[in-house]
Design a protein. Sequence first.
Length: 209
Amino acid sequence: MKPSYRIILGPIRDGAKAAHVYNDGLTVFMYDGANEARIRDADPKAIWYIDADTPHDPTTAALVGSGDLVIYGMHGDGEIGLEVVVGEDLTEAERLTGRWYEPQRGRINLPTGRLCIHSFNSLPMGDNGDAPDSDGAVVEVPPASYSVTLHRKDWDTMEFEGVADLEEAAEAGVDIWEARINDIVVLTRLEDPEGGVPGAILFSECIIP
């Protein structure tokens, strides 16, 4: 396999865990499975739709700010493909394997370590009730409160600079649509569960006009 294919398919680091979720929108949700019912019952505006007022919705702001719910925007619709890395942030050498947008940071509380990942298609609340048409993903990690660093791959720059060639990869039999890894979610344990960066809607410019 050519080196450029690893930046397409991963892993970015040994031990990284991949997750793929059907999606035809621009929004990703992450939370601990133990908090699912509480988020549903709290009924934040964000589980129904995202607009310019969503960050100012008190319930959404409280859940995101506390780290009980992480929301981030995608640069384009299509399959959610990400890797979860537990440990220190990406090294310079790891980042040099690709080209990236500037990372953004938040926090997440994972009391059971069951990291649930959803799109609007799979989210078991909001318009879907508790019976969405598609499945989300669950990644198991050690229970803890974590800082979240979201690294998003810049495919246009990678293709322009010859770091990755998606057309060539597809011709070689690589599934560049459903198997591609677009995002790296780095979880770094917070020694002080009350510390770290406050939660925020990451890459909000992609979903909030």
